[in-house]
Design a protein around this ligand. Structure first.
Ligand code: HEM
Length: 184
């Protein structure tokens, strides 16, 4: 008989996600909600103090999200084969593919914004500190991708996350198979 790993309480199991995965999941959900709420306020209300407040936190929260998704990818790798299965059949495959697209967008959306900031003329400030200074002249190949798609992909991510939440509710209220409890 093998003795349990000392980390096993933190790791995921086939019947439920462990505490590290849960903290990463819900922290990212809260920070994403903050980003979308802030940008929606900016779009709806225009330039005013509440929107300026949200815009002022956007890069800091976005960089935090980038750090969390990188941690999450490493953690997913360490938990490969231990996680609750998605199920067989096309629904299971669809759920897996959907999760893959979510992970991809969670990586691409803040990464492109960071690349734009690195190639731009304005300094990047996060958590009240200057992360790096702006360049004298912008580098178009670094700024163009985020100019073209950062907002579009961020709203696409919102649509996918909304679908993800709706599916979790379908599992909870219609299928009653305990899917939400594994993460909640
Ligand atoms: C997962 C993280 C992030 C999410 C979900 C997100 C989301 C968004 C959304 C929804 C918009 C509004 C687009 C529109 O006006 O329709 C936006 C704009 C913006 N974001 Fe982010 N963002 C993230 C990370 C970042 C980071 C890390 C930075 C900076 C380093 C950044 C900088 C900007 C800037 C400068 C804008 C205004 C220009 C534009 O629309 O591209 N964002 N973001």
């Amino acid at each position: 008989m093998t003795s349990p790993s000392p980390r096993s309480g933190l790791m995921d199991r086939p019947d439920s996600y462990g505490p590290v995965t849960r903290v990463l999941h819900w922290a990212m959900a809260a920070l994403l909600a903050w980003q979308w709420l802030g940008m929606a306020v900016k779009l709806v209300l225009g330039r005013q103090p509440l929107a300026a407040f949200f815009v002022g936190t956007h890069a800091s929260v976005g960089l935090m999200l980038l750090a969390l998704i990188l941690l999450r990818l490493v953690w997913a790798g360490l938990n490969a084969g231990r996680r609750p299965p998605h199920g067989d059949g096309w629904l299971g495959k669809l759920a897996k593919a959907g999760q893959g697209v979510l992970y991809l967008l969670l990586l691409v959306v803040p990464s492109l914004a960071l690349l734009r900031a690195l190639g731009g003329t304005r300094p990047l400030r996060a958590f009240g500190t200057e992360v790096f200074a702006g360049r004298e002249t912008a580098v178009p190949w670094m700024t163009a991708p985020a100019d073209a798609v950062h907002g579009f992909l961020a709203w696409t991510l919102l649509v996918l996350v909304t679908g993800h939440v709706l599916m979790a509710l379908v599992h909870q209220w219609l299928l009653r198979d305990g899917t939400l409890r594994r993460m909640a």
